[in-house]
Write a protein that binds this ligand. Structure first.
Ligand code: NAD
Ligand code: TYD
Length: 367
């Protein structure tokens, strides 16, 4: 039994994790703290509302008074920190909130844990798990993999802000003995992913017959992991991970962006061809791969990410269960079934993207 504070639990991975833990650890108290930025969505957690071990709190990880109230009132003994600004393109257009949340926010959260856990009491059973990314390691060439000892070399403001937060977590363990662990995971995909990220954006645009904007030559490589596999890894690290350690989590599933976009097009073409109701809902008639439009590259675009996840496999017995194409098929089915979810996002103000409306952005080349 633990009292778990899940920050950023209304976002993509956070909400999948809350759902996962409500099944995997039904006796744990799950307290979700989320600021509900453009990326946070209470719809993602609707199925849990009213649950006796679940509480949602709207608030900022940068608010020490609120954190004091939660640590004391809820007797928080475990933290999983998902709260972050998470989109590289937004970090290029406006890095400030990335500094405020990812760096200062993580610092405020660490201070709360230090104050409440390291005040003479035995902190042995406590855990602070910081969720980070492989982007802190920079970019790979054609070969090689990121391991836990690869030097940090972040390239985007997003990656730099996550790298800074990882260093703070490490320092709190080393200096104060905070029982902290960090996970560095590759690109996730699956249900509830905000439709500005590659995979949901391509699924939705392909369904609707809109342009599919591929940055640069489309040959940048990412290592994709189904979100539930990431959630299981985090649960394992909470349970068996050693304080002070970092664990890489990845899919051994490298894809060039252009190949993913083509795969999404093929699967959707196939589904629409065999389903009259889908054809009526999405009347686009051509081959969806013809919607691909190569647009201006992202500045500083990292070429390749790939994770060596041997450590978590060997030490904690983690295994991924869903690779492409099974994970991508499940994801496409989820977006087909949950049209109201993404239409809700797109009809609101959420995707006002630094002055551009969603439809202008996806028309391509206007960034
Ligand atoms: P997301 O953008 O979907 O969700 C982030 C959540 O944090 C949102 O609900 C938002 O409202 C909340 N939030 C933002 N600022 C906050 C603040 N100051 N206080 C409280 N809540 C705040 O992001 P995601 O894709 O679910 O990523 C979650 C975490 O996992 C991030 O830390 C990210 O760096 C990390 N990560 C993501 C990926 C990926 O592929 N998406 C891969 C590896 C690691
Ligand atoms: P993204 O989902 O933003 O994740 P990250 O930048 O954190 O890896 O992008 C994944 C890859 O897809 C990245 O190489 C950029 C590329 N991309 C496009 O080509 N077109 C798009 O519209 C988006 C959002 C991303």
């Amino acid at each position: 039994m633990r009292n778990l504070l899940i920050t950023g639990g209304a976002g993509f991975i956070g909400s999948n994790f809350v759902h996962y833990m409500s099944k995997a650890r039904p006796s744990w108290r799950l307290v979700v703290l989320d600021k509900l930025t453009y990326a946070g969505n209470l719809e993602n957690l609707k199925a849990l509302e009213g649950g006796k071990n679940y509480r949602f709190v709207k608030g900022d990880i940068n608010d020490p008074t609120l954190l004091d109230e939660l640590f004391t009132g809820e007797k928080i003994d475990t933290v999983v920190n998902f709260a972050a600004e998470s989109h590289v393109d937004r970090s290029i257009l406006g890095p400030k909130t990335f500094i405020e949340t990812n760096i200062n926010g993580t610092f405020t959260l660490l201070e709360a844990a230090r104050k409440h856990w390291l005040n003479g009491a035995d902190a042995g059973g406590k855990r602070f798990l910081h969720v980070s990314t492989d982007e802190v390691y920079g970019s790979l060439g054609e070969t090689g993999l990121f391991t836990e000892t690869t030097p940090y070399s972040p390239n985007s403001p997003y990656a730099a802000s996550k790298a800074a937060s990882d260093h703070l977590v490490r320092a709190y363990h080393h200096t104060y003995g905070l029982p902290a662990v960090t996970t560095n995971c590759s690109n996730n995909y699956g249900p509830f992913q905000f439709p500005e990220k590659l995979i949901p954006l391509m699924i939705i645009n392909a369904l609707k017959g809109k342009a599919l904007p591929v940055y640069g030559d489309g040959k940048n490589v990412r290592d994709w992991l189904y979100v539930e596999d990431h959630c299981r890894a985090i649960d394992l690290v909470l349970d068996k991970g050693r304080p002070g350690e970092t664990y890489n989590v990845g899919g051994r599933n490298e894809w060039k962006n252009i190949d993913i976009v083509r795969l999404v097009c093929e699967i959707i073409d196939e589904k629409v061809a065999s389903d009259g109701a889908l054809r009526e809902a999405y009347p686009f008639k051509g081959k969806r791969s013809e919607l691909i439009s190569f647009v201006k590259d992202r500045p500083g675009h990292d070429r390749r990410y790939a994770i060596d996840c041997t450590k978590i496999e060997r030490e904690l017995d983690w295994k991924q269960l869903d690779m492409f194409p099974s994970g991508i098929r499940k994801t496409i089915d989820w977006y087909i079934k949950n049209r109201a979810w993404w239409e809700g996002i797109m009809s609101g103000e959420y995707l006002k993207y630094y002055g551009l409306q969603y439809d202008e952005r996806i028309a391509g080349g206007k960034k």
